[in-house]
Ligand binder design. Structure first.
Ligand SMILES: CC(C)(COP(=O)(O)OP(=O)(O)OC[C@H]1O[C@@H](n2cnc3c(N)ncnc32)[C@H](O)[C@@H]1OP(=O)(O)O)[C@@H](O)C(=O)NCCC(=O)NCCS
Length: 171
């Protein structure tokens, strides 16, 4: 099976926050942002897998900075590691201010998608070869995050989480 790079799955979705998409503080409503991130990650996963995908898990989402109404929001999603049929996908969220030429990172999310075949059964996806420093860092940590997600979903016995144990052993 061929290998692929993260840039081949890169997906950028840009929108403007309208007032009907805000919370009581006039910032972007978190649920709308989650939806945008999930879509961008789904497209990235589909580009990598060249097959339909479903969200298996939302592993982590942080909301570090609020996104005020009127902001231009950009979500960039890329596959960070592929396993068998599953892929970890990162979504990075930015406010793009073209008037002042400033880009501010507001938050990120880490998702797991599974590729499906014609019978809607999990289907093997291409191996991912990271290229940049950031891609390599994310690729390196993905196995530990996968083990944590599988433990939390009751799919893995903590005693079998070998990579995670290595990380926790260092703390
Ligand atoms: C995700 C789904 C396809 C997994 O199906 P399954 O029959 O349990 O298949 P498997 O046990 O073989 O798991 C398939 C892969 O998903 C991974 N996976 C499943 N749940 C996971 C989780 N919570 N975190 C990380 N990976 C997970 C497995 O580790 C496996 O990965 P691998 O092939 O890379 O080793 C199935 O649970 C499903 O269809 N869920 C609903 C998805 C959906 O509708 N999402 C949208 C919600 S609106």
């Amino acid at each position: 099976m061929k290998t692929k790079t993260p840039s081949e799955s890169k997906t950028v979705m840009t929108t403007m926050v309208l007032t009907n998409e805000t919370n009581v503080y006039n910032n972007m409503f978190g649920g709308d942002l989650l939806s945008l991130m999930d879509r961008a990650c789904a497209i990235a996963a589909q580009r990598h897998a060249e097959a339909p995908v479903v969200t298996a898990s939302v592993n982590h989402v942080s909301f570090s900075l609020p996104i005020p109404a009127g902001s231009i929001v950009e979500v960039t999603a890329k596959v960070s590691k592929s396993f068998g049929s599953s892929m970890e996908v990162f979504a990075d969220v930015w406010i793009d201010d073209p008037l002042n030429q400033i880009r501010t990172k507001t938050n990120e999310g880490i998702y797991t998608f599974v590729a499906l075949d014609e019978d809607r059964k999990p289907k093997k996806v291409p191996e991912l070869i990271p290229e940049t420093e950031e891609e390599m860092l994310r690729h390196k940590g993905a196995q530990q995050r996968r083990e944590l997600s599988l433990i939390l979903s009751g799919r893995l016995n903590p005693s079998d989480a070998h990579e995670l144990k290595k990380l926790l052993g260092k703390i």
